[in-house]
Unconditional design. Sequence first.
Length: 286
Amino acid sequence: MAGAREVRRRIKSVENTRQITRTMELVATSKLKRATDRVHAARPYSAALVEIVRSLYSPDLAERYPILRRPAETKRVAVLLLTANRGLAGGFNANLIREARNLLADLNGRGLQTELHVVGKKGIAFFRFRGDPMASTRTDIGDSPSVADAESVVAPIRARFESGQVDAVYVVSSEFRSAMSTPPRVRELLPIRPEGTKTSADLFILSPSGDFILERMLPLYLRNTIYALMVENAAAEQGARRSAMKSATDNAGEMLEILTRTYNRARQAQITQEIAEIVGGAAALE
């Protein structure tokens, strides 16, 4: 009966694991709904700011506002990687780290100097294990990033760009298309490149002055762009975790079916053996 007891212990272990993964799936589903709402709320505002700032770009403004500068030559590039603080989310963190490594390898291959800024324990642990240098790290941003979190992340990088210490800034994060589709992507944050039809600020009647508006809008543009990327990344994390935990729960259910059949066969064999021993003993007494 030792074999049946071992199978029974395995059944109990798998049942406990399935209960944990099922609970994590439900928690991720709940968090995903709130995270998705934040994504839908942040996207229109961020997209509007991007459109306005890029449409107002001009060489004259670039001379007056360091954040709008476009270096004649790119020598040093900052890469901001957004990962999660926790695992159990399938390939979510691994895909982001791979995308960042590919970007760094491409930039270094072009002869550019790079500096890496990492948000999230998983990304930090990976690059620290490899011994790769990181310019800055953050582990205090949770599942619900705020605008203040985005400002604290982007402010030091913005200052380095404005002072000329870096000539470009890229962000590696997940794009939230749906709960089942969260591919990593690379976005060039700085320098700001005009797109589409360019409109001169002189064509608008502005109150207060255009300078007053731009001085506040440009930092706001960067802050809200990073905020939108962070909330998308958080939603993608919950979507990936829900999918991973659902898959684990389903796999545990299939394993329980196999183990239950194995246990029943072992138990049946044991009962048959005991009956045979009883019949054999009774026949011997006759």
